[in-house]
Design a protein around this ligand. Sequence first.
Ligand SMILES: NC(=[NH2+])NCCC[C@H](N)C(=O)O
Length: 563
Amino acid sequence: MDYKQKVTAALVKALDGQLTAEEIASKLERPKTSDKGDLAFPTFTLAKVLHRAPQQIAQDLADKLATTDFEKVEVVGPYLNFFFDKSTYSEATLETVLTAGASYGQNEDGEGGNVPIDMSSPNIAKPMSMGHLRSTVIGNSIAEILTKNGYHPIKDNHLGDWGTQFGKLITAYKLWGNEADVKADPINKLVEYYVRFHKEDVDKPELDDTAREWFKKLEDGDEEAHHLWEWFREASLQEFNDVYKELGVKFDTYNGEAFYNDKLAEVVQILKDKHLLVESQGAQVVDLSKYDLNPALILKSDGASLYITRDIATALYRDRTYAPAKNLYVVGSEQTYYFKQLKAVLKEMGVKSADNLQHVPFGLITVDGKKLSTRSGRIILLAKVLEESVKLAGEEINEKNPDLKNRQVVAQQVGVGAIVFGDLKNERTNNIDFVLADQLKFEGETGPYVQYSHARAESILRKAGDVEVAATGNQVADPEAWDTIKALADFPAIVKMACDELEPSVVAKYAIRLAKTFNKYYAHSKILTKDADLPARLALVKAVSTVLKESLRLLGVQAPDEM
Ligand SMILES: NC(=[NH2+])NCCC[C@H](N)C(=O)O
């Protein structure tokens, strides 16, 4: 039952076709509070066309409308306020939600189209940064949202596992490293060697030559170089995987930069064939002045490839492998200029993805006012933040619900969920300062608050015992429930909007809204009273639980039944 359509149809008729259905639909507004109606039609823009005062137009229309379709239609100044019939609207909404269950809101707009999502992509031998965490959780949520809209996402971890820094790392390891140390604490040790390399090469520039030689060997497939590289990669990946496991994020592919090593020659060949490569101080560049961009450096003077060279190969590969419907790169805003250059080069090359390549940027994050950057030789703070969050969540649960059975598991779900939700509720391009204690509160706009609301709904259903709840025939006319019903009905539109804008915060904000309206209803109504309307009220609670859980799932957050 689409009320927007109903209102539109009624107005088309009352206006005698002076406005099209689309024109009317685009003018309809949703009043901020339900006492001003459920949809409003403003008439002031009609005044010019109809040569009458807006108030008069509103009144005339109201007189003409067949009000039987609605509970009532009110004229307030230049507005026509439509009030939906609560009984039929609630019945239809609850039936739709309960019949569909978790697939409520699913649509097939994407027609199964492939969408590679370049996400997370930390660098080997370096700690994962807060930026990589954002990329991981935003990318993961976008993947869920895309699936819900009928697309087929491919989550690709484009690891930074190639480049001249590996020559430096091997050089440093050969000079000062030892196997046992690296095995005990891989990333920290490797960072330590790398930092030392940069300190010492100030006085010993010959170190740089050695590093270049090692990278050359690595590129040429030298056995020792390759072996060391592989070991560093595996060891780093293992640490990253701990974080992914904690977050519950899985990838479809780990095609890092090194994966494209054997695909670079073709890139260079295409650029040459199209006469796009020009020499500049011994290096090979693509001129991008026609895009108002700095030239893109493709090959260094020693022939070594660069980050962008590998990204061109990546785009080409994704084009050929997936024929993508969309092609997304979830990478921090600081690389915006870089992605403009990449897109421009691809455009010059005539690569298809030049058009659908989309950088999905996000802002910086600080935690409790501190930047978690890769300062020389510092530990992986990220894992620490998650650990701390789980610990605090555990303490909160011990206090609130000491008898809870699987406390450890729930603490994990709440602690991690708080971090993920705390990130995703912000529009992704905003910078955020993340105050851990705030994100863990069970009240306010937090993950635990939404989780708690879901658990509350589940607890009501448990208490109701074996009351039969059917999907059909549930009329909830109680005005206290009205905002919740309307929020439930909005979910499919939210799913679409989040997909159009590639914006998980749309879902997170929605989840907060639904939780709030539900908690207000709960506070005002005796849901479990044994009367004839009990099944209908329980149907509402069940629908809320379903949609809250599904919203959290789209964000990559768990929804425990008890907490
Ligand atoms: N295709 C890409 N360039 N993806 C993003 C890679 C991010 C890069 N490894 C970094 O940490 O900055």
